[in-house]
Design a protein around this ligand. Structure first.
Ligand code: PMP
Length: 432
């Protein structure tokens, strides 16, 4: 049935469809960490809607509040509503205490790219400047601005004439030339470059309107930024008066073991971009949060029809309550240690360049041991075999050579262990 449904869709849907090509199943139903295809096969889902389903599929309590909300009010534009107020309170309550009082929230909608667009536009309005600094290997969405800021040429090669005024600076990636050394050494080099380029009158970069950064590059191949690099980027941007946008679309909502990844870096961004897992239910919602000093837009300066999704608000407020009650962040940290420990078995394999992760965001970078080039074919073979064995996960990074995991954050130790053992066996046997 899956094969027939895939063929019917392929005849009508755009050639750009991607997941069904790499994961050729048609999905019928899902609960928690498991999905069932239309043929009745059950899979562990470590893609989790591209990191969206932080509490698993169809969490019963989120379904209950969303169902109740469905009969009350679904679309609220940007009017105040009880669901929106509860959601706003919940989001602000998850910020570090020192930031809560001086943070403003702007609802964008419906996707992460919309929020990236808004963050950039806000910083341009606030500074009156036009250029943006982004990082090599970064990903910020498939909108025109999001693509312009994206450092993955593979993804944007077919789009000539990107938006001008974006400068790509090196992001610490110790495993790959021209870097090498430890992540910390690499972070120092990149921080030196960052600082010099922005301070040098001959550096070719006018004082930018903003710097946009992922703290763990997700689509780029799960590459965590070293702490010192991020702290120096923060120090330099603060000194030069450049707003720092931290894109937490993928790292946010607990994915890395704290509600926001920036909490692990001892920094405060000027603008936070969040989306994916905000509602916990996959109901689209996106927002930016920023310091009050950046609240410069005139009323109506930035609009959007779909920024009042009440189902997302109701579910998102409930998701925060569940995170606290069920100590989900603790589970993320515990499972993160479990995953890192189990994957230790892979580190010495010649075709495993690196195993990297934070919390429940992990990547295994596979290479051809002869030339060190990314081995996208091996990553795909691992993905194919795991699908056959009942585990869904994603690939990404340079040349598609990184096997990526984004499990639901409340996955049990049993599920995590089962999945990791399947992954270890697949990587070990297929690479040999
Ligand atoms: N920023 C980051 C860091 C992302 O990972 C993504 C999506 N993968 C986006 C922005 C874009 O989000 P969306 O696909 O919802 O537009």
């Amino acid at each position: 049935k899956s094969a027939q449904m895939l063929a019917r869709q392929a005849a009508r849907e755009s050639n750009a469809r991607s997941y069904p090509r790499r994961l050729p199943i048609a999905i019928d139903e899902a609960h928690g960490s498991f999905v069932r295809d239309v043929d009745g096969n059950v899979f562990i889902d470590f893609l989790a809607g591209a990191g969206v389903l932080s509490l698993g599929h169809n969490h019963p309590e989120l379904v209950a509040v969303a169902t109740e909300q469905l009969g009350r009010l679904t679309h609220g534009l940007d009017f105040p509503t009880p669901a929106k107020e509860a959601f706003t309170d919940a989001q602000l309550s998850m910020l570090p205490a020192a930031m809560r009082e001086r943070t403003k929230i702007h609802f964008c909608g419906p996707t992460g790219a919309n929020a990236v667009d808004a963050a950039v536009k806000l910083c341009k309005t606030a500074t009156g400047r036009g250029d943006i600094v982004a990082f090599r290997g970064g990903f910020h969405g498939a909108s025109a601005v999001g693509m312009a800021l994206t450092g993955l040429v593979e993804q944007k090669a077919p789009v000539p004439n990107g938006v001008p005024g974006v400068h790509f600076f090196p992001f610490p990636y110790a495993a790959r030339p021209p870097f090498g050394g430890t992540p910390e050494d690499c972070g120092r080099l990149c921080a030196d470059y960052f600082e010099n380029a922005l301070r040098d009158d001959h550096g070719g970069v006018a004082l930018p309107a903003a710097v946009i950064l992922e703290l763990v590059q997700g689509e780029g191949g799960v590459i965590p930024a070293p702490v010192e690099f991020v702290q120096r980027v923060r120090a330099v941007t603060r000194e030069l008066g450049i707003p720092l946008i931290v894109d937490e679309v993928q790292t946010g909502c607990g994915r890395t073991g704290t509600w926001f990844a920036f909490e692990q870096y001892g920094i405060e961004p000027d603008v936070i971009v969040a989306s994916k897992a905000l509602s916990g239910l996959g109901t689209p919602v996106a927002l930016i949060m920023y310091d009050k000093s950046l609240d410069v837009w005139a009323p109506g300066a930035h609009t959007g029809t779909f920024r009042g999704n009440q189902l997302a608000f109701a579910a998102g407020a409930e998701a925060v309550r569940i995170f606290r009650r069920d100590r989900v962040l603790e589970n993320v940290r515990e499972q993160g240690e479990r995953i890192g420990g189990l994957f230790g078995a892979l580190r010495d394999l010649p075709w495993v360049l690196e195993v990297r992760g934070r919390g429940m965001m992990w990547g295994i970078e596979l290479v051809d041991p002869l030339d060190g080039q990314p081995d996208g074919a091996l990553a795909r073979a691992v993905q194919d075999r795991l699908l056959q064995e009942g585990l869904i996960l994603e690939t990404g990074g340079r040349g598609g050579g990184v096997v990526r995991l984004l499990p639901p954050l409340n996955s049990s130790s049993e599920v995590v262990e089962t999945a990791c053992r399947l992954i270890i066996d697949a990587v070990t046997e297929l690479g040999a």
